[in-house]
Design a protein around this ligand. Structure first.
Ligand code: NAP
Length: 308
């Protein structure tokens, strides 16, 4: 006999590249347990695949707030999250509802929304996600949530349905946002070092493929080989077959990292350098390319011109 978990009324706001994958796996779990999931996205058409699978359309975040005791959001920026959360609160969600945000945003925004949630009798959890859109669709992301332990316990079965693991960061929601920004700093620095080192090698007659082979055998693991392959083979144009994160997102994230560092007096010269390179890439009109396209900014002054 199949045993069903008790699932709460679940909502999901923000069905972009990451949100659609996360929500797809959450919907499967909710349905397996005879529950109902409500979804909302600013651009309604993006909800179609989920509605075809049985999710219910919610006309606004407020509508989600009225119907759901556990609500997830995954939106682009701090501004988007503030807008969505304000609208959600206007639906007067039930006391003790959980609101879980999975976006990459600043600790200040999380502190502000956490306080608003508490004032309304709700619990706010920051649950940033590590992994790219295909990992979200495959239920293979890594969660790094923070918030009160009892709320994280309540949340865990839902995170399990969408990810390969959970690393609890702390009991204050904003801490998860700090961890996410640090995680993205490590990733951005892998891109920067790979782009610079590969350019130096290429300028001196050692091919990008040779450097890729060296990196893959010297630093086996996920990160360096993955980004080295993108850089060596100019996989800068994103598509479902070439997944990644856009320069626009890199600008947002490294900008948030630099703001946090400035606010708390931590010197991050590497962060500043990466932000300058991302800004240059943005100025060249490459905001929709993968953020490894900063490599072009490094290659140009070396006299290695674009061939893609
Ligand atoms: N892509 C990655 O590899 C990755 C990995 C980990 C974490 N993240 C983080 O996850 C979050 C979502 O990323 P993504 O790749 O899914 O971005 P995306 O594809 O650009 O989707 C952004 C989502 O935010 C919504 N949105 C933007 N501005 C809004 C506003 N003012 N009001 C309401 N909704 C708004 C969009 O709605 P519309 O559809 O109407 O535009 C869409 O649902 C970001 O914070 C990102 O940093 C991304």
């Amino acid at each position: 006999m199949t045993s069903h978990k008790h699932v709460e009324s679940v909502g999901f706001i923000g069905l972009g590249s990451m949100g659609i994958g996360l929500a797809t796996n959450l919907l499967k779990m909710v349905q397996q347990n005879n529950g109902i999931m409500h979804v909302h996205n600013r651009t309604a058409a993006k909800a179609d695949p989920l509605l075809k699978q049985g999710a219910k359309w919610a006309s606004s975040p407020a509508n989600i707030g009225q119907q759901c005791s556990i609500t997830f959001s995954c939106v682009f920026s701090d501004t988007a999250l503030r807008e969505v959360f304000t609208a959600y609160l206007s639906g007067h969600p039930r006391q003790e509802s959980l609101y879980i945000d999975c976006s990459t945003v600043s600790p200040d925004t999380i502190r502000e929304l956490d306080a608003k949630a508490k004032a309304a009798g709700l619990t706010f959890i920051c649950a940033p996600v590590f992994g790219r859109p295909p990992a979200a669709m495959e239920g293979q992301v890594l969660w790094a949530p923070a918030g009160p332990a009892h709320a994280l316990d309540r949340l865990q079965p839902y995170l399990d349905a969408m990810g390969r693991g959970t690393m609890r960061i702390g009991n204050e929601a904003y801490m998860a946002s700090v961890m996410k920004l640090c995680g993205n700093f490590f990733i951005a620095s892998v891109i920067e070092t790979t782009a610079e080192g590969m350019t130096l090698a290429e300028k001196n007659g050692v091919s990008r493929e040779t450097v890729l082979e060296f990196i893959s055998s010297t630093f086996p693991g996920q990160l360096y080989p993955m980004y080295a392959e993108k850089i060596a083979r100019n996989h800068f144009h994103l598509s479902p077959e070439v997944p990644g994160a856009r320069v626009e997102g890199g600008l947002k994230d490294v900008g948030l990292i630099q703001s946090l560092a400035t606010e708390c007096g931590v010197q991050m010269p590497l962060g500043k350098l990466m932000l300058d390179h991302l800004k240059e890439a943005g100025d060249c009109g490459w905001t929709d390319l993968d953020w490894t396209a900063v490599t072009r900014v490094i290659r140009e002054p070396a006299g290695i011109h674009r061939e893609d």
